[in-house]
Every structure is written in structure tokens, then in C-alpha cells.
Design a protein around this ligand. Structure first.
Ligand SMILES: CC(C)(CO)[C@@H](O)C(=O)NCCC(=O)O
Ligand code: NA
Length: 607
């Protein structure tokens, strides 16, 4: 913030920030001392599978609404107009598909970790690879999530950088370790409310100070910030209706459909219906969250453009812009800037708490338990608490590592989160929709999907062509600044042909789609080469009869040959209501096949 004096926090701002931490701690303590007092893994990791849809839905939103998004989206709208708002269209299918495809499959299998599915459907190695991929993705993500808001706040207000990182990291570790998933979900509820309140307050004051709604509208209209629908089919265009509305669906599926943090919330629901309801309730709330961020960007534009105000935020980084705007505008209203800072840190806390708990879950369930079958419940619970705490401390280490790295690596780290989500989505789709896919195919698919994601992702960072110089992450932060010599060297190597350049400039919004398709296609090819699975051999309940539904006009006997027709419930209903299914690898899992679920699957197959 060279040209400007730093804005300062008043005592009341500090008090509000402290209150956020104290309240979150309080919720953690409450769930440590009430209910079953966190003495079983069922309670610690799955909230006793007793949650109702309202807290679950608010928690679902909070998890993937990180501080990077809270400060990034308004800056995006400010600089490029409202095109990004069209991502709201992707929420429709991006939530309907999880609600009616992924939730029924996961919930009926009575899982704890989403990766258990991969063992039931494929094999143990596939499960381990999926788990490791998720851990890699989440560990990198949480470092960026806790560091980014602290850095921006430090730049704008001089708020101590490591004070903020340590305070949020440690408080979050404590309440996650003490209160388990119940605390994580209920702090998410509280933090979502703080998030909405903070943004709303800034918008209301901003509109008032700019001279009313009509004035804001006039300025953004004249400033060309209201974007019409952009139907340009060019896949390298960073934000068009297609990249956001279609590419965004795959991003949403990778987050709300198969990400462990979210799947765990679905599984913690009292009933399957509650889980589906919570997914439905995410829709309006997520639209509100998106609208608040976008309107905030417009108000920011109305305030700084057109007059001689522009220089004020013109040379700030994208992450700093919003914080500067808030501090500048709320100078005379002590407390309100504190509320907004609380909003930004709520976003950070709710994201990293989910990360700690879901990482503890997969580490215990997928990596440790299979090797220690004799572990007592008390030991497992203690271990899961130890894991949650360790991941919390690891988050601080990751924040430090993020600090040591250049700006470009920070960008890359956030991008990796999106890049790795696609292949994970792909492997679940391969398992659920394609009965022929076998374990070898799944492994080859996951591998090739990851290679594809990193190839395009790293390629675009290095060649700086991710749909325009300023569009490095999909939140469009500052341009990548790799040290010159490395860039030139790798750049020339990668940049050799024009078509490759085009390939690297693929819009970030398509990454999930591209890499999940790569997984499915490679997975199918390798499965057919190595001997496709027969539907009878697939664990009951792990398939979703998508092809059966889509090929409804094909005669039944032909479908039988294609191995995609057997109505799931039909076959399962010949077994006992509680089929005790033993998998080849020795994993014993109780597959719940209630008559209700059979009927649903049968009906789906008829059409
Ligand atoms: C989930 C969406 C797509 C909702 O707009 C967005 O908030 C997002 O991309 N979240 C993930 C990245 C993050 O905010 O950390
Ligand atoms: Na969050």
C-alpha cells in the first residue's frame, strides 16, 4: 500500500474480531461437554448421524465459500463487470445432480468416508489413491485459505500478519478438536450468518454513501459494468455463459457432489430426505451469497470510478481492494469494519475447520483403520482427535510455506484445488455410471486425469495465457510473476506450437470438466482392454443406472447385453433387506437396501 497511509482499526473493531473467535470457541466447548461428549468416532466424525437439514445446508455453503472468494469476487466484478454472476446458472444442475445421484448412492451405502465407496466399487488401491489425492488437495488449499485473508488485511490495516494466522489457525484447531463435526457444523452456521451480515452491512452503507441505489446503478451502467449474456463459444474465453454455466456445473459437482467435506455432511444427516433437503436449501442461500458478492463489487465500482477516486484502488492487488474499500468507507463508523473483518475470517474459519475434520476422517477411516482392525472405539476416537489437531497445526505450517513462496505459487496453490477436484469427480462418475469400469481402468483413469489437469494447469501458469494476462485463478487475482529466467526457459519449451498455446489458455472454468472426462474415457478404454467388469460382479448399491435411464428406448434384451439395464433394486431385492456384503479385499460392509430404495431405483430404470 505504498501511496496510501494505512487505515486503522479501532478498539471496537478488535473486540468484534475477538468475539468471533470467542463465540466459535464457545460452540466448540459446548459440543465437547454436551451430548455424548465426543466419546465415539460416530459423534466426532459424523455428528451421530443426527443432523437436520437447516444447519447442514448452511454448513455446506460455508465450507466452499472461502475468504479468497469473499474478497475475490467483488474485485472480479469491479474490474470485469457482472459476467461472473452467470455462475449462478450452474448451481441448478450443480446441486440437483448431487441431491438425486450422489446423495442416494452414498447415503444408502452407510459410508463414513467417500473413499470407502471406491473400495466397494473397485478395490483397495483405488481407495488409497483417491484418499491420497484428496489429502494432497486439501492440505494445499487450507494453507492458502488461512494465509490469503491475513495477508490482505495486513497490507490494508497493518493488522499483524502472523497474529491473524495464528489466532484463526489455533482457535479453529481447538474447536474442531474439542467439539468434532457438531461443532464444525454449528460454527459454520454462526459464521455463515456473520458472513451475510458483514457483506450486507457494507453494501447498505456503500449504497448510502454513494448517493442511493439509482446513483449506483447509473454509475455502473455508464461504466459498462453490467454485462449481457456472453454466448461466445470460445473455450479460452475466461468467463462466458458456457464456461460459467456449463463448466461451472462440473466445478460444483466436484465440490458439492463428491468432496469428502460435503459428503460427510450429507452422511451426518438424520435421514436421506434431510440430506437431499439440505442440498436443495443450499440453492437459494448460495444465490444470496453470490448476489451479495457481486453487488458489493458494483457498489465498490460506483464509489471509485468516474471521479478522481480511481487512483485510490487502481494499483492495489485484487485481494486488497475490497478490504481497502471497506476500511476507507467505514472509517467513521467504528465497529462496522470490524464486522466485515469478522466476515472475511468467518469465511476462512469455516473452510479450514471442515478441512481439519474431513482430513481426520479420511486418514482414520481409509489409511489407519484398515490396518488396525482390533482398535477399540475409545482409541479410535482419541486418534481422530489427535489427527484433527495435527492437521490444524499442519495448516499453520502450510500457511508458513505459502508465505515463503512467491505470489505465483500462491496462485498455483489455489488453482491446484480446482485442478485436483476434476479427476476425483471423474473417478466417482466412472464407478457410478459405468458398470464395465474395472479397478485397473479406474487407476489409469485417475492417473491420466491428474496428468491432464496438471499439464493444462501448470502450462497455463507458465505460459501466462490463462484467458488473458490477469486471469490466473478463476478469481482473477494478480498476474503470475515467476522469476524471469524460469519462465522464459519453460515458456519456450511449452510454447513451441500455437495449438499448444491454445490448449494452455483453456479457461480455468473448464478444468473440472476436462479432467473428469479424461478420467472416464481413459478408465473405460483401459477397462475394455483389460476385461470389463460384469454387472453381476459389481457390489450392489454402488451403481447409479444412468445409462439404463438414458437408453430407455433401447429394447430390454439389447440393454441386457450392454450390461446396463439390470434395475439395481430388482437384483438387490432378491437378497435380504440387509445384505451382508463381503468384498473380495475382506472389507465387511453392511449394505442397506430398504424396500423404499429398491423401489426408487426400479422406477428410475423403467424410464
Ligand atoms: C462454490 C462456488 C463455485 C460458488 O460460487 C465458489 O464459491 C467457489 O468456487 N468456491 C471454491 C473456491 C473457494 O472459494 O475457496
Ligand atoms: Na468458508
Amino acid at each position: 500500500m505504498d501511496p496510501l497511509e494505512r487505515m486503522h482499526f479501532t478498539t471496537i473493531d478488535y473486540v468484534i474480531f475477538a468475539l468471533l473467535l470467542v463465540a466459535s470457541m464457545g460452540i466448540g466447548l459446548y459440543y465437547a461437554l454436551s451430548g455424548g461428549r465426543q466419546r465415539t468416532t460416530q459423534e466426532f466424525l459424523l455428528a451421530d448421524r443426527s443432523m437436520s437439514c437447516l444447519p447442514v445446508s448452511l454448513s455446506l455453503i460455508a465450507t466452499f465459500q472461502s475468504a479468497v472468494a469473499i474478497v475475490g469476487v467483488p474485485a472480479e466484478i469491479y474490474t470485469h463487470g457482472t459476467q461472473y454472476w452467470f455462475i449462478g446458472c450452474a448451481y441448478i444442475l450443480g446441486l440437483l445432480i448431487p441431491a438425486h445421484v450422489f446423495i442416494p448412492v452414498f447415503y444408502r451405502l452407510h459410508l463414513t468416508s467417500a473413499y470407502q465407496y471406491l473400495e466397494l466399487r473397485f478395490s483397495k488401491p483405488v481407495r488409497i489413491c483417491g484418499t491420497l489425492t484428496f489429502i494432497f488437495q486439501t492440505v494445499i488449499y487450507m494453507g492458502v485459505c488461512v494465509y490469503t485473508p491475513a495477508l490482505a488485511l495486513n497490507a490494508v490495516t497493518g493488522f499483524d500478519l502472523w497474529g491473524a494466522v495464528l489466532a484463526t489457525g489455533l482457535v479453529c484447531t481447538l474447536y474442531t478438536t474439542l467439539g468434532g463435526l457438531k461443532a464444525v457444523i454449528w460454527t459454520d452456521v454462526f459464521q455463515t450468518i456473520v458472513m451475510f451480515a458483514g457483506q450486507l452491512a457494507v453494501i447498505v452503507v456503500g449504497v448510502q454513501q454513494t448517493g442511493g441505489l439509482a446513483e449506483v446503478w447509473r454509475k455502473v451502467w455508464e461504466g459498462n459494468r453490467i454485462s449481457g449474456i456472453d454466448l461466445n463459444p470460445d473455450p479460452t474465453e475466461r468467463y462466458t455463459f458456457w464456461t460459467l454455466g456449463v463448466g461451472g456445473i462440473f466445478l460444483m459437482l466436484s465440490l458439492y457432489g463428491v468432496n469428502q467435506a460435503q459428503v460427510q455432511r450429507y452422511l451426518s444427516s438424520k435421514t436421506e430426505r434431510e440430506a437431499i433437503m439440505s442440498c436443495y436449501m443450499v440453492f437459494p442461500s448460495l444465490q444470496v451469497a453470490l448476489a451479495l458478492s457481486c453487488v458489493m463489487g458494483l457498489v465498490m465500482f460506483a464509489r471509485y470510478c468516474g471521479e478522481d477516486q480511481f487512483h485510490k484502488i487502481g494499483n492495489l492487488s485484487k485481494n486488497e481492494m475490497v478490504l481497502y474499500f471497506v476500511m476507507d468507507m467505514l472509517q467513521d463508523l467504528p465497529g462496522l469494519s470490524g464486522l466485515f473483518i469478522a466476515c472475511v475470517f468467518s469465511a476462512a474459519l469455516s473452510t479450514i475447520s471442515s478441512a481439519f475434520n474431513s482430513l481426520a476422517t479420511v486418514t482414520l477411516e481409509d489409511l489407519i483403520k484398515p490396518h488396525c482392525s482390533s482398535m477399540t472405539e475409545a482409541r479410535a476416537t482419541l486418534l481422530s482427535k489427535g489427527l484433527a489437531c495435527s492437521y490444524g497445526l499442519m495448516c499453520l505450517a502450510m500457511a508458513y510455506l505459502t508465505h515463503l513462496m512467491s505470489d505465483s505459487v500462491l496462485q498455483a496453490a489455489f488453482k491446484i484445488f480446482g485442478m485436483v477436484g476434476g479427476p476425483l469427480l471423474g473417478i466417482f462418475c466412472l464407478g457410478m455410471f459405468f458398470p464395465w469400469a474395472n479397478s485397473t481402468g479406474a487407476l489409469a483413469g485417475l492417473g491420466s486425469g491428474l496428468v491432464m489437469a496438471f499439464w493444462v494447469g501448470i502450462g497455463s501458469i507458465v505460459t501466462r495465457t490463462s484467458g488473458g494476462p490477469a486471469a490466473v485463478s478463476h478469481f482473477n487475482c494478480t498476474a503470475v510473476q515467476l522469476s524471469e529466467n524460469i519462465t522464459t526457459a519453460i515458456g519456450t519449451a511449452l510454447n513451441s506450437t500455437a495449438s499448444k498455446t491454445l490448449f494452455y489458455s483453456l479457461s480455468f472454468m473448464w478444468y473440472s470438466a476436462l479432467s473428469s472426462f479424461t478420467v472416464v474415457i481413459t478408465g473405460l478404454i483401459v477397462s475394455f482392454l483389460t476385461g470389463p467388469m460384469k454387472e453381476e460382479d459389481v457390489t450392489p448399491g454402488t451403481l447409479y443406472p444412468l445409462l439404463g435411464n438414458m437408453l430407455y428406448f433401447v429394447p430390454d434384451n439389447l440393454k441386457q447385453n450392454l450390461c446396463c439395464a439390470t434395475p439395481l433394486g430388482h437384483r438387490v431385492s432378491q437378497q435380504s433387506t440387509w445384505a451382508h456384503h463381503t468384498h473380495s479385499s475382506g472389507l465387511c460392509s453392511l449394505v442397506e437396501t430398504t424396500s423404499k430404495s429398491n423401489k426408487t431405483f426400479c422406477n428410475k430404470n423403467k424410464y
